[in-house]
Design a protein around this ligand. Sequence first.
Ligand SMILES: [Zn+2]
Ligand SMILES: [Zn+2]
Length: 150
Amino acid sequence: MSSSPGDQPESRPDTGQSSGVLTGGCLCGAVRYEYDGEIGPANYCHCADCRKSTGSAFNIGVRVAARQFRIVKGTPRGFTKTGDSGNTLTRHFCPECGSPLYTSSPRHPEFFYLKAGCLDDPAVVHPTHQNWTRSRVPWAAIGPELPELP
Ligand SMILES: [Zn+2]
Ligand SMILES: [Zn+2]
């Protein structure tokens, strides 16, 4: 495909969020979290498990340091599955509203992978690449020719 995640225009000035505390949570507000570490690279993932678990065409995961991430309200529920890659992943979601929040992997206990959309300010996320593009659905690419409704 001709478009890449890095093509997104920088429409917002630097909010300074990267050096402060990032906050986020689920749709209903039962689960809230804070993160005061460096925000890591983000990627689009087109794998089938990400489609199923998000209900969308792809997931956007943001790597964060597990020891600087804390749940400040509620208790996420985890669901563990072995993916096509052979890696066992636990996806954590709100037990009340079902919103996907983050993923953990026993292979990399030092990281969590936040769902970009559950951040209060997702503009701080900078996707750098796409994974599992061989599983991408034909309509998953967001064409720049599409009209934008602000
Ligand atoms: Zn919720
Ligand atoms: Zn995936």
